[in-house]
Design a protein around this ligand. Structure first.
Ligand code: HEC
Ligand SMILES: [Cu+2]
Length: 368
């Protein structure tokens, strides 16, 4: 599949990118998409040529001077079958070819590195698992599958990297995702391709594809000293989630230790897979799905945590089963809010008292 685009098309792409008529091909999927694109252009051009040739020939051959009286011509089954079957075949080729690419685009490999991207008027904010943040730029290593989890904090945006042939909507209230693997070191355009307000045209940035060494250097230089999961851990404590979610026998909430990716039975009868989207929903809209065996006592955190805060919490919960720190947050009483875990959950934007052992405020709490 990787060598699908013939030399002549590769040459064409080189030529067109040189004259800025076409974005460079800088991801694994790009040559494959382009091959299909050029196939469709080629088929259309051939069709167009045939139609133009027929129109011209017929208007010369059957002009009024040569045929003053029109003759009635009855249909030809052979002719009609030909012009039905050939286009049908061509369209089916496009359909199957397109479907194959579609499945590749929509199925991220299991080993993909996940980066969160939040769109808001008017910027793209990337959150790396290591805690690095960047605005209107995205640093990634070459040759590694990258999965982006996108969400918008306000209106619809559309995240697009033409050089990677990547474009996906960033939607308020829902995670969407897209993946790609960069194949060329360099700097590429990053756009919002959906009109999203006054400064939409300024919602642009750059994607920097680096060698693994440079990328490691960038990670080390840009670190905020706290990983996304660690920030989530602090939020978890400062929002008193651990008042209910802890591993004590009288805990009022379910243990979150191995919840990510598991199948949860709901009190309504069905079941769900606890993916990123489900964790997000559970935090912002807990009454939507109640886990079997638990009372619907979890308060909503809508308006109290920003999208970045939710991402940090999700990343924290995701990492619980692999991270020793789980036991720290869930079992250390000094992280519990005052009242030894029996405290009432926070209501109406009132943040819980900060645990004494934490010096820095976690990021992502919305201040009223
Ligand atoms: C008042 C106690 C309470 C507090 C505070 C609380 N939760 Fe919950 N939580 C629950 C209960 C009970 C459930 C199970 C019933 C349900 O689905 O609503 C639950 C369910 C969940 C789930 C779904 C997973 C599952 O196994 O059902 C997630 C994720 C979650 N909570 C995260 C959080 C986070 C993050 C916070 C803090 C921002 C938080 N909770 C605060 C009681 C609480
Ligand atoms: Cu936008």
């Amino acid at each position: 599949m990787d060598h699908i685009s013939p030399v002549i098309w590769q040459f064409l792409v080189k030529w067109m990118t040189t004259f800025a008529l076409f974005p460079p091909e800088a991801s694994k999927i790009a040559p494959q998409m382009d091959a299909l694109y050029f196939f469709m252009v080629l088929v259309s051009l051939i069709g167009l040529t045939i139609v133009i040739l027929l129109v011209t020939t017929f208007s010369i051959l059957y002009r009024k001077e040569r045929h003053p009286v029109a003759t009635q011509i009855e249909g030809s089954t052979l002719l009609e079958a030909t012009w039905t079957i050939i286009p049908l075949g061509l369209f089916l080729v496009m359909f199957v070819w397109g479907a194959l690419i579609y499945f590749r685009v929509y199925t991220p490999p299991a080993n993909a590195m996940n980066i969160y991207v939040v769109g808001k008027q008017w910027m793209w904010k990337a959150e790396h698992p290591g805690g690095q943040h960047e605005i209107n730029s995205l640093h990634i290593p070459i040759g590694k599958p990258i999965q982006l989890t996108l969400i918008s904090q306000d209106v619809f945006h559309s995240f697009s990297i033409p050089a990677f042939r990547v474009k996906r909507e960033a939607i308020p209230g829902r995670y969407t995702s897209v993946w790609f693997e960069a194949t060329e070191i360099g700097t590429y355009h990053l756009f919002c391709t959906q009109y999203c307000g006054t400064n939409h045209s300024a919602m642009i940035g750059e994607v920097v594809v680096q060698s693994p060494e440079d990328y490691r250097k960038w990670l080390a230089e840009s670190t905020s000293g706290m990983s996304l999961a660690q920030n989530g851990e602090r939020l978890f404590a400062s929002l008193s989630c651990n008042a209910c979610h802890n591993s004590r026998p009288d805990a009022r909430g379910p243990s979150l230790a191995s919840v990510y990716g598991s199948k949860l039975a709901l009190s309504s009868g069905g079941s769900v897979i606890a993916d990123d989207a489900y964790l997000r929903e559970s935090i912002l809209n807990p009454s939507q799905h109640i886990t079997q065996g638990y009372a619907p006592i979890m308060p909503t955190y809508q308006g109290q945590v920003s999208e970045e805060g939710v991402i940090a919490l999700v990343e924290y919960i995701k990492n619980l089963n692999s991270d020793y720190r789980i036991d720290q947050t869930l079992n250390t009483t000094d992280l519990l809010p005052e009242g030894e875990g029996k405290a009432a959950p926070p209501k109406g934007g009132q943040a819980a008292p900060k645990a004494a052992s934490r010096q820095t405020e976690p990021q992502g709490v919305v201040k009223p």
